[in-house]
Design a protein around this ligand. Structure first.
Ligand code: MN
Length: 718
């Protein structure tokens, strides 16, 4: 059936012309069943309509480009989904069509492929540094969830390189450089030789046009005189093989320009040294025939000693298999011969893509990731040496990465472990940035600091002078660097904050005795410190602040009061403002909030822990009255505290969500919800939430209590 003619006849006006469609359908018919080709024709119709009126720089209608991209993949016999995605790969970027539209028309797989290609298009390669190129390649591979995305992208780049002529010179050079830095190495890494070779030659041609022209014309000259010889030798080989009844294809092989250029540049060889070598490839049906052919060519021409390589028995690291030998040809000219089967040839040319080549008995349950794994495990099976394991390991890491790659605002790439947050990013940039970060922007939008990052996002950290790390960050950071830095900072804060607190506690206790540090005077202070074996005031304050030494006893000692201090004046009072930092903490057992009646417990090494007077733990602590201090809240405490309420509701669908919404409406964040008990018709849930003070909490409880499905609300002290 002539699919192309049938479709083109249907299309209106200018679209009716054939922009490569006929050739594409010819190729497709050689390996795909009719209904799949029809689906591809629908993709063409859809794409042609979406791109209607758009033109390439060359003046050609836009649809000619996606069709050429599809042709590249069809030449590799890729499956119908990949071909459809190739035809549609630019519609989301360049037309009003959305990914959802594509999903509706062509299914989720094709939509995912198109979306993946569009996402790759959006990331931009900024810097020129070698290391940056390497991370950029990794980032691209890390971003793709389906290897076919990168196959479409490589084919897209290839066609863009083939049609680069119409671009301005500066742009040409930039794209050519990017092709050599990024895309050709990716093609090489995935074993797709046909893409690699052409991308390199085109990249070379546009990056170094002069060098390319000189080399090209020198080669053409050499080739002209070689052609006769190549033909004669091929014929000779062919007839020798035919005489032995071996079916084989003999191809005179040309080296690609960029590899010649690299050999000359890297190994400092002259052109004639590199070029005056004749290459042949002999393709046969099975492995046995490979060795047979080897024997025959060795009898035809004398083999050069030490040049035989058996890459069939010991394949190259990217899965390449072949026999290599070099022969003394006519007039002693070296002949390089590769002998391999058709399968090996396919793998050598298409690498990972050979795993998507359409097979009639294809199982549809093989996921893309699975197939990539199959390819890798096949490589692993072929390998034995140590270096190849390293290669496999690195390909595996690229294809199934445990890292993400994000950009700094200046375009540098930062690798981070999966799940890393903006705080991890801040610490990865610099410890100071981490310590002073207060907010983060991802792709120019403000996000909470705990936000996990995704590939290729641009992350910007907002810092503020005097900002401090929050101990709470430890609950979500992923990197050791961030964790260590935050802990380290906490420790040093503990030191300086405990000095402040200790001084306040001592001042308070001295005041109760009608004294003060100033009244005691330097001389007495010095003598007292010596007696206590303490080096300085600072150390004394710190010990008090950390709860290692008790303020009232120290005050008595300094003032010289000798009675045993049974009667502790109750005016001693520490006023809590909520900004004390790590030396004042709030007990998890009773979760005190401003407005509650509270007591402070001096916990050795941790400073003061605030408990509610009603807290059950107070009874045990009351056995050590000297460790308890009276505390009160400052009038205005400007921060939020964690509190807990228990809510009993009827078991109605959505009851939990309703309560959560009411709490949120009251201006409170819910930290945690847990179900304490579930009965036949009611449940008890516990909410950990953030409140400003008792009033705020009372307001929330009132609102929850008034809800129709709520039976009881209580604040309980565990
Ligand atoms: Mn494109």
């Amino acid at each position: 059936m002539d699919y192309a003619a049938a479709l083109l006849a249907k299309l209106p006006g200018a679209s009716r012309r054939d922009y490569g469609l006929r050739r594409l359908t010819d190729t497709l018919e050689s390996y795909l069943p009719g209904e799949q080709i029809e689906s591809i024709m629908r993709a063409y119709e859809f794409g042609a309509e979406a791109h209607e009126g758009q033109k390439r720089k060359s003046g050609e209608p836009y649809i000619s480009h996606p069709v050429a991209v599809a042709q590249e993949l069809a030449d590799m016999r890729l499956d119908a989904q990949a071909i459809e995605a190739a035809i549609l790969h630019d519609v989301v970027e360049d037309t009003p069509v959305s990914v959802t539209d594509i999903e509706e028309q062509f299914g989720a797989d094709v939509a995912l492929l198109v979306d993946g290609v569009s996402k790759l298009d959006q990331i931009e390669f900024h810097s020129r540094a070698e290391a940056q190129a390497e991370s950029f390649r990794k980032m691209m591979l890390a971003m793709i969830e389906d290897i076919r995305v990168i196959l479409v992208k490589l084919a897209d780049r290839l066609h863009n390189m083939q049609t680069l002529g119409a671009m301005p010179a500066e742009k040409k050079r930039r794209i050519a450089k990017e092709t050599l830095d990024i895309y050709a190495p990716i093609a090489n890494r995935l074993g797709i030789n046909r893409f690699k070779v052409e991308l390199e030659d085109l990249g070379f041609q546009h990056l170094y046009p002069y060098r390319y022209r000189v080399l090209d014309s020198a080669l053409k000259k050499a080739k002209g005189s070689q052609r006769q010889i190549v033909k004669r030798i091929s014929d000779e080989m062919q007839s020798t093989l035919a005489a032995e009844d071996i079916e084989a294809e003999v191809i005179g092989r040309e080296k690609h320009l960029y590899s010649i250029y690299k050999k000359m540049a890297e190994k400092k060889r002259s052109l004639s040294e590199v070029v005056d070598v004749y290459g042949f490839r002999i393709i046969v049906d099975n492995v046995n025939a490979c060795y047979q052919v080897l024997g025959l060519v060795h009898s035809l021409y004398k083999p050069m000693p030490g040049r035989f390589k058996d890459y069939i028995a010991i394949p190259r690291i990217n899965g390449y298999q072949s026999l290599h030998t070099t022969l003394f040809g006519p007039k002693g000219l070296p002949l390089e011969v590769q002998i391999r089967t058709r399968d090996m040839d396919r793998v050598a040319e298409s690498g990972v893509a050979s795993h998507w080549q359409y097979k009639a008995d294809e199982k549809s349950d093989a996921t893309p990731q699975r197939r990539a794994r199959d390819w890798l495990s096949k490589l692993a099976e072929l390998q034995s040496s140590g270096t190849s394991e390293e290669f496999l390991e690195s390909v595996k890491v690229d294809l199934f990465p445990d890292k993400i790659y994000v950009f700094t605002p200046t375009g540098d790439i930062m690798p981070l472990p999966k799940g890393a947050t903006t705080v991890d990013f801040a610490y990865a940039v610099h410890t100071d940035i981490g310590n002073r970060c207060v907010a983060a922007k991802v792709d120019r939008k403000l996000v909470p600091l705990r936000t996990p990052l995704a590939n290729s996002q641009t992350v910007e950290i907002v810092t503020a002078k005097g900002a401090k790390p929050n101990p709470n960050w430890l609950t979500f950071v992923r990197t050791a660097k961030a964790r260590t830095a935050i802990r380290h900072y906490m420790k040093s804060m503990l030191t300086s904050e405990s000095v402040d607190l200790g001084k306040r506690l001592l001042d308070q206790s001295l005041k109760d005795l009608g004294s003060s540090v100033r009244k005691i005077g330097k001389v007495r202070m010095k003598a007292a410190l010596e007696e206590l074996g303490i080096a300085s005031n600072i150390e004394l304050f710190q010990q008090i602040g950390l709860g290692e030494r008790l303020a009232p006893l120290t005050a008595r000692f300094l003032v010289g009061v000798t009675d045993d201090g049974e009667t502790r004046p109750d005016t001693a009072n520490l006023v809590i403002a909520g900004t004390e930092g790590v030396v004042v903490s709030y007990a998890r057992c009773c979760l005190p909030i401003p407005g509650d009646h509270v007591m402070g417990y001096l916990s050795t090494g941790r400073g003061v822990v605030i408990h509610r007077n009603s807290c059950g733990n107070l009874t045990t602590f009351r056995k050590q009255p000297e460790k308890w201090i009276t505390v009160s809240w400052e009038d205005k405490v400007d921060r939020e505290f964690t509190s807990q309420i228990n809510v009993e509701t009827l078991n109605k669908p959505g009851a939990l969500a309703e309560v959560a919404t009411t709490i949120a409406d009251a201006g409170s964040n819910i930290e945690e919800v847990s179900v304490l008990g579930r009965h036949e018709d009611c449940s008890v849930m516990s909410f950990l939430l953030q409140v400003r003070d008792r009033q705020h909490l009372a307001q929330i409880m009132r609102m929850v209590r008034n809800m129709p499905n709520v039976l009881r609300v209580s604040r309980e002290c565990a």
